[in-house]
Design a protein around this ligand. Structure first.
Ligand SMILES: NC(=O)c1ccc[n+]([C@@H]2O[C@H](COP(=O)([O-])OP(=O)(O)OC[C@H]3O[C@@H](n4cnc5c(N)ncnc54)[C@H](OP(=O)(O)O)[C@@H]3O)[C@@H](O)[C@H]2O)c1
Length: 276
């Protein structure tokens, strides 16, 4: 990213904090980052931590920036966009991290013909271990795509989807995915307690196993399927557990759950985009 590029965050909450931290830790100067929020106490905290220029007026922030990151809750996004209508500089890149809200609705609320990258990050971004799906509308240039990718790469990895609908699939997989793994960690720890382990031990074993398995899956050249086969000796303990999962249609259960998340993402997009 060029040293002259200025990035403005609207909304100073958890996700904005994660991305700003990632940018600064990766060498972006705090001078290149501006922040606005209606919560003055939070703004003051961020200003003290990063030495950023902060604003309580979103419109004032926008006039200083080449990139605007919309980091407010989806329910207030239309109000924020309408505030910015007619004040955006030509060529401003808009990056939305708001879950569910369609690019065409954001574009309409901003007055039309805007370069919009819609993204779906996930909470491990708070630890620089996020993964973000990105979608660009037809007005986004190659240079802007590069810039958006660089910004989201500062909190983990990012990948582009060609069709906006695929962001709903990203939501169902990685956006909501951390909660599925938390559920698995919780269930395995509870089952460990049922087998006689004390709660603290069971939790530690469950969490560290999830971490170790995930690291193996991400660093080994083998697929998850191959890794599983390698630790599953015929007629052994792992085989007994995997057979039990499969007898209860584990794959089907996961597929149904992700379909439910995908469908709900579609419904939310319609509901959130309905306002003028
Ligand atoms: N956290 C996640 O796991 C996650 C994952 C993917 C995507 N996202 C998306 O990221 C976005 C931000 O989420 P978050 O968890 O960071 O939310 P958050 O912590 O609630 O932060 C949003 C901030 O925006 C402020 N705000 C409200 N109205 C505003 C306005 N009109 N102008 C400027 N600022 C305003 C809020 O202030 P008040 O608190 O005073 O209202 C709050 O400080 C959401 O759209 C969410 O869908 C989050």
């Amino acid at each position: 990213m060029q040293n002259s590029t200025t990035i403005g965050f609207i909304g100073a909450g958890n996700m904005a904090y994660a991305i700003m931290s990632g940018l600064i830790n990766n060498g972006t100067s705090a001078k290149q980052i501006k922040l606005s929020d209606t919560n003055e106490a939070l703004l003051s905290l961020r200003k003290d931590e990063f030495n950023l220029e902060v604003f309580t007026d979103n419109v004032k922030l926008v006039t200083h920036c080449d990139v605007i990151v919309l980091a407010v809750k989806p329910q207030v996004l239309s109000t924020v966009c309408h505030q910015l209508e007619n004040t955006l500089k030509t060529g401003t890149l808009i990056i939305s991290i708001a879950a569910g809200v369609r690019a065409r609705d954001i574009d309409r609320w901003l007055g039309g013909n805007q370069s919009i990258v819609r993204t779906m990050p996930n909470t491990p971004a708070l630890l620089n271990q996020g993964v973000t799906g990105l979608f660009a509308n037809e007005s986004v240039t190659d240079l802007q795509k590069q810039l958006a990718g660089d910004i989201l790469d500062s909190v983990g990895q990012s990948l582009w989807v060609e069709e906006e609908l695929m962001l709903d699939a990203v939501t169902a997989l990685s956006g909501s995915g951390p909660a599925y793994f938390f559920l698995m960690i919780e269930s395995m720890a509870n089952a460990g307690v049922a087998l006689g382990l004390d709660e603290q031990t069971a939790q530690k074993l469950s969490i560290q196993t999830a971490l170790g398995a995930s690291m193996m899956a991400s660093t080994s050249g083998d697929s998850a399927h191959e890794l599983r086969a390698k630790v599953t000796s015929p007629n052994g303990t792992t085989q007994a557990a995997i057979d039990s999962f499969q007898d209860q249609n584990f794959d089907v259960m996961v597929a149904h759950a992700m379909r439910a998340a995908f469908d709900r993402a579609g419904e939310l997009g319609v509901e959130l985009g309905n306002s003028d």
